[in-house]
Design a protein around this ligand. Structure first.
Ligand code: HEM
Length: 429
């Protein structure tokens, strides 16, 4: 990722201000958020050494971007039936995202005490902390309750087929679905939250919050695989974003179209609650059998190094498989799924504690951690990606003793934009 062009940033900001006036007139609730963007500070941000991530490009940021430390995901429902409102919102969101990802918030040199501040001000003095903002279009954008609200039902991609109900799903409606999604990722949680607050402000009465989830990822050295809350290295066998051929084969939409989705992708997001206290009581050997890898080295069972080959045919001296039949990695591996691969970009989440009933012995009912994995994956077609893989895992994965899918979202992630374009523009062209 490259540092954005400074001149481009300034002209983008000017365009945003010009359009803000139009958008503010159309959506009264957005007025305050758009009235004025603070400018003019020359002070170096606290974390100035952190580079920006590019906003403009062939693909949206936040997909192949090296993982940031924090995320804030939000799904929205559209409250309008006016195509013009939707387009104005996408335009305003795109402009705001370009501005926020390209530059730190600045202090208004001429504050006006009679006006509501244009910006909440909580990122003044901070850099943008590698902020990326990624937009998605849910099935409801194309058709809701049989109604083609925006005249685009015929453009719904076949790959955006509703996910089937999987065995064990305990999806909470308030954590599921959405017509639009916005995800901010940054190395500073306050920068990510600030970006989402700005998007909510711009949404005004056009789009309402449906659900949201924040998340975090462990700090780790470049080139090392981070550990998840279960203590295992997570991401060892992930697709490498640098492997263009594999990315084109499994992640980016190609000629199968529709053309407005070319170079985009499809994202499945699922908050998966993990019974952490239950897991922490399990013997090391059982934990490793469940995952199919050694906990500390990350190596496949029976091997020594993290990147040693995962040999699903290996057997012990009694002829039993080294990697258990129902272990997570065996069921997730391409060899078990007609070669299917996905790009995972999961964060951990922790919402504190909640009253929870465990699904498996000892069926504890108590206040427990409301925490787990904000699972996220990108693929060219969820029917041959996530769904192909998870159909069997949902029934047989040993990990299911500790995990419950409590929410779900499916979004078309349009390609990236050039300066002057808005996200998904070709869909409305
Ligand atoms: C709380 C839920 C989950 C946890 C804690 C978890 C954890 C892990 C761990 C520790 C590994 C081994 C290291 C690695 O290769 O990354 C792994 C591998 C993998 N997981 Fe998960 N996972 C979860 C859910 C899922 C789901 C829902 C899917 C997709 C449907 C999935 C797909 C994969 C894939 C494709 C691999 C690599 C398999 C291979 O090629 O060896 N995981 N996961």
């Amino acid at each position: 990722m490259t540092r954005p062009d400074e001149a481009g940033h300034k002209s983008a900001r000017r365009n945003f201000l010009a359009r803000a006036v139009v958008a503010a007139a159309a959506t009264p609730l957005a007025t305050n958020a758009l009235a004025k963007v603070p400018q003019g500070s020359t002070a170096a941000p606290v974390n100035a050494e952190v580079a920006s991530e590019a906003f403009f490009g062939k693909h949206q940021g936040g997909i192949t971007t090296p993982m940031q430390r924090s995320t804030y995901f939000m799904a929205f429902d559209l409250a309008t039936t006016e195509r013009a409102d939707l387009i104005a919102l996408l335009r305003a969101w795109t402009e705001a995202a370009a501005n926020m990802t390209h530059g730190p918030a600045e202090i208004d040199p001429k504050p006006d005490a009679t006006q509501v501040p244009a910006d909440s001000g909580d990122t003044i003095g901070l850099s943008n902390a590698r902020l990326t903002i990624t937009f998605g279009f849910g099935p409801g954008l194309f058709e809701k309750d049989g109604v083609d609200r925006f005249g685009i039902a015929r453009q719904r991609p076949a790959a955006l087929a509703d996910l089937p109900r999987f065995t064990g799903d305990q999806l909470i409606p308030e954590r599921t679905g959405g017509d639009l999604s916005v995800q901010a990722c940054a190395d500073d949680a306050q920068v990510a939250e600030h970006a989402i607050r700005r998007m909510v402000g711009l949404a005004g009465a056009v789009a309402r919050i449906r659900w949201a989830q924040t998340g975090f990822s462990a700090g780790f050295k470049a080139g090392e695989t981070p550990r998840n809350q279960m203590g295992f290295k997570d991401g060892t066998m992930n697709i490498s974003a640098k492997d263009a051929a594999t990315m084109n084969q499994f992640v980016w939409v190609g000629e199968e179209g529709p053309s407005w989705m070319r170079d985009g992708s499809y994202m499945v997001i699922r908050p998966i609650r993990i019974a952490l206290e239950h897991w922490d009581r399990m013997k090391l050997g059982f934990q490793e059998e469940t995952v199919g890898r050694h906990k500390y080295s990350g190596a496949p069972i029976g091997k020594h190094h993290e990147f040693d080959k995962l040999d699903l045919d290996a057997t012990d001296k009694d002829g039993n498989p080294m990697i258990a039949e129902n272990s997570h990695v065996r069921l997730a591996a391409p060899e078990s799924n007609d070669g299917a691969q996905i790009l995972r970009r999961a964060f951990a989440y922790d919402n504190g504690v909640a009253q929870i009933a465990e699904r498996w012995p000892p069926w504890r009912q108590a206040m427990t951690f409301d925490a787990g994995l904000l699972f996220q994956c990108y693929q060219r077609d969820p029917r041959t990606g996530f769904s192909r893989m998870f159909e069997k895992m949902a029934k047989f994965d040993m990990l299911n003793q500790f995990t419950t899918h409590v929410g779900s979202g499916l979004f078309a992630i349009p390609p990236g934009v050039k300066p002057g374009e808005y996200i998904g523009q070709k869909l409305f062209g």
